[in-house]
Design a protein around this ligand. Structure first.
Ligand code: SAH
Length: 253
């Protein structure tokens, strides 16, 4: 596979384009040369709604930091998940959130809503939140470049769980059937809940390291989330949502 780069610019066969900074830097790091082939995607396919695909390209000219490429043929790709799976997650602290975003992107997640809740370790706002978000979006892009996805999952601005549940501002990931990952005894197993949910979009709500409080779980249930269990072991905050995605990614493969 030739090197794949996300380029958030208009791409059309037969046109010459200058790569955005992130892709240009990557080309330089790989020590690619004029004449070398690469693959570009911009998440917009061939411009038709719902299309996904990638473009062949050849490096034409390289400056100190800019890289010009000739865009070649477009190929439709079919690497998206069969159903949209959204994750709303109590952000785990440190590099665990990067890890979660990378793996979730590989497993086909449609969008990620980072959440802060009562027991969250990681609380971010203002400039620091903007920086984190840009970093996470970069992680998602890198994962898509590597795994062959042509559509980069959306990563929403971090929100407070209570606000998000009220649908205030950031409530855009609450699509389809809503499932709450819960450690309460007697909770319905995930596989059963998924089987009962039909084939539409799913949104999983998962807690941070410290878990969700009973009040938060009750609020989620009141907002239409049905509790589901991932079995008798307590999974870490990044493992639990990835277990859900794995089940669905493989079931729909
Ligand atoms: N210390 C916390 C554990 C939190 S685990 C506690 O004891 O409550 C982080 C999150 O992962 C949880 O809030 C829950 O949403 C999810 N999770 C972990 N293991 C799970 C399981 N076996 N079933 C369902 N959800 C689980």
């Amino acid at each position: 596979m030739t090197a794949r780069f996300y380029a958030d610019i208009a791409l059309a066969p037969g046109s010459s384009v200058s790569l955005p900074a992130h892709a240009a830097r990557h080309v330089q790091v790989l020590r690619m040369q004029p004449g070398d082939a690469l693959t570009l995607f911009n998440g917009r396919g061939n411009g038709q709604p719902g299309s996904e695909g990638e473009f062949a390209a050849t490096i034409e000219r390289m400056g100190r930091s800019d890289v010009e490429v000739m865009v070649g043929a477009y190929t439709a790709t079919a690497r998206e998940a069969g159903r949209a799976v959204h994750l709303a997650v109590g952000m785990p602290a440190n590099e665990r959130m990067d890890w979660l975003i990378e793996k979730a992107a590989e497993l086909g997640v449609a969008s990620i809503q980072p959440l802060m809740s009562e027991r969250s370790v990681l609380r971010i706002k203002g400039e620091r939140a903007d920086k984190k978000l840009a970093h996470w979006r970069g992680v998602a892009i890198a994962a898509c470049e590597q795994c062959g996805r042509s559509r980069v999952p959306l990563i929403h601005d971090a929100a407070n769980l209570a606000d998000w549940l009220k649908g205030a501002g950031h409530g855009t990931t609450q699509g389809g059937t809503r499932l709450l990952l819960s450690l309460q005894d007697g909770t319905l197993p995930l596989a059963k809940a998924v089987a009962a949910a039909g084939s539409g979009a799913l949104t999983f709500l998962s807690g941070p390291e410290g878990g969700l409080s009973l009040a938060e779980e009750a609020a989620a249930i009141a907002s239409g989330f049905a509790p589901v269990s991932l079995g008798p072991r307590v999974l870490r905050a990044e493992t639990a949502p990835l277990a859900c995605l794995s089940l669905l990614a493989l079931a729909c493969a």
